[in-house]
Design a protein around this ligand. Sequence first.
Ligand code: ATP
Ligand code: PH2
Length: 162
Amino acid sequence: MLHARRIALALGSNLGDRAATIEHAIADLRDTPGFVVVDCSPLYVTPPAGGPPQGDYLNGAVLVSTALPARDVLARTQAIERSLGRVRPDPVRWGPRTIDIDILWIEGECIDEPGLEVPHPRLEGRVFALRPLLDVAPDATHPRTGKRYDELPAAHLPMMRA
Ligand SMILES: Nc1ncnc2c1ncn2[C@@H]1O[C@H](COP(=O)(O)OP(=O)(O)OP(=O)(O)O)[C@@H](O)[C@H]1O
Ligand SMILES: Nc1nc2c(c(=O)[nH]1)N=C(CO)CN2
């Protein structure tokens, strides 16, 4: 049995009622056995990064405390995505989606396995993930290098609150 540790989950939506879908996702995370939702970031309006032309995203992050193994966390977040209308496999890579829930960071854990990489491999280049992570875990460090995420220049770029 693992000890409870902090896990930051990224939330993103750019299809349908984005705010309502994200609120549903947060409610579902709160209702997930084994999860304690510790904090939620503000939501930000962010231009799409990559993929085809598509609408702006709402992005945020949720900090969860849980002893569940990372694989179980992924299974639960993917079940929530499905229940909120996420279609898989994605019809288009990085295309529009009702909801995306990624594991951004797990305190003290590095995972590099097929189908699961933590910290999220694109975290450091994505201001729409980095800023919400720092909102809920300002002291977050890379679990292997110990480097603080708030030292990355991208962490301080201006962002638009929803
Ligand atoms: N840290 C992670 N969080 C969520 N999924 C991950 C992670 N690492 C690997 N994956 C795998 O990536 C697959 C695709 O995930 P997803 O559909 O969220 O990607 P995406 O949002 O389209 O793109 P990106 O990975 O660039 O955010 C998932 O099925 C999952 O197995
Ligand atoms: N602004 C923004 N752009 C994206 C996002 C996202 O959440 N926000 N997610 C992607 C794939 O995960 C690809 N591009």
